[in-house]
Design a protein around this ligand. Structure first.
Ligand SMILES: NC(=O)c1ccc[n+]([C@@H]2O[C@H](COP(=O)([O-])OP(=O)(O)OC[C@H]3O[C@@H](n4cnc5c(N)ncnc54)[C@H](OP(=O)(O)O)[C@@H]3O)[C@@H](O)[C@H]2O)c1
Length: 293
């Protein structure tokens, strides 16, 4: 039996690595994992040649420029990876009839809302990262209207560097920490997002759900501030470090973050029939795994 191929780009990042781990639970596909060494996405001719040769049925684009603060002074590279690359992948994918799953961000919103953002809400990114990611969504869907774009937020995993690992490390090194309490969103375990992406692809490949293109929101369930998130990380990590809440104004960063970026997940749950874990449950599992590693 010839298996449908899935090409994963940016496979050495947090999400890419989690897709690699989840692949074992979705055995009906052949997986091709690439990062910059195998496939440099900034070279569209190389991307075209790679896709022409490997002929994947699906492409999961996990690659991105994710250094949110550095992007403020490095907008050229951010634009290349977050805007131009998705457009190229979309165009090449259309040529070779691939279905694309691309990942975007809650930073496309300015955070002035107070109820969960839906996919139809007005975008207004305030950072270079957010602007380049929004332009990437637009450019991809223009080149390839059959693509699925999933906006996520506050991603963490056992792989790479992220807030969970930073809080665990600082909590062990210090007696006290200050964490902002006036930015509210939802942490997302990259393993859950990886499973959701493969769920979409496998249900559509099996004819259980129609491939439905467009923008979708996916985070874990629930809502918290970075302060609440840090407290939970220390609770599950068994760390007794004093955490004080501070206002964003006391902790200035080069890139402006949305103060409210809770995403509504009704669309993805309805269209693709999925259950989404509560953020604290997924966080606990991730920290247990980190302590075993
Ligand atoms: N992290 C978050 O909190 C967060 C929140 C919302 C949305 N997202 C989105 O979720 C997606 C996955 O994020 P992540 O945290 O998994 O990102 P990540 O850990 O930074 O992984 C991105 C991967 O892409 C690779 N890459 C960079 N340039 C490349 C190129 N020219 N060709 C091929 N690969 C290249 C990176 O390699 P190097 O490491 O060598 O550069 C890295 O392995 C991204 O689209 C991101 O924008 C992330």
């Amino acid at each position: 039996m010839i298996l449908n191929k899935i090409l994963i780009t940016g496979a050495n990042g947090q999400l890419g690595n989690e897709v690699r781990r989840q692949a074992a639970n979705f055995p009906d596909f052949e997986y091709v994992f690439t990062d910059i060494q195998e496939l440099d996405l900034s070279n569209p001719e190389a991307v075209d040649a790679f896709i022409r040769q490997t002929r994947p049925k699906y492409v999961i684009n996990c690659a991105a420029y994710t250094a949110v603060d550095v992007a403020e002074s490095d907008d050229e590279l951010a634009r290349l990876l977050n805007t131009k690359v998705p457009a190229w992948i979309g165009k090449i994918g259309r040529t070779y009839d691939c279905r694309i799953v691309h990942i975007s961000t809650d930073y496309v919103f300015d955070g002035t809302g107070c109820v969960p953002y839906t996919e139809d809400d007005m975008t207004s990114p305030e950072s270079v990262y957010g602007k380049t990611k929004l332009n990437g969504e637009i450019a991809l869907l223009k080149e390839n209207p059959t693509a699925v774009v999933i906006r996520t937020a506050w991603l963490y995993s056992i792989f790479g560097n992220n807030f969970v690992k930073t809080m665990l490390r600082l909590g062990r090194e210090r007696d006290s920490l200050k964490v902002v309490y006036d930015q509210v969103g939802t942490p997302t375990c990259a393993a859950d997002l990886a499973r959701a992406i493969l769920h979409i692809i496998s249900r559509s490949a099996a004819g259980q759900t129609a491939w439905t293109p467009g923008i979708f929101h996916y985070t874990n369930e629930g809502v918290c501030s970075w302060y609440d998130f840090a407290k939970a990380i220390h609770e599950f990590g068994g760390i007794s470090c004093r955490i004080s809440p501070v206002a964003t104004s006391e902790y200035p960063t080069p890139a402006k973050r949305p103060s409210y970026s809770v995403l509504s997940k009704e669309k993805i749950k309805t269209v693709y029939g999925m259950e989404i874990p509560y953020w604290r449950d997924s966080l606990q599992k991730c920290i247990e795994e980190l302590s075993i590693k």
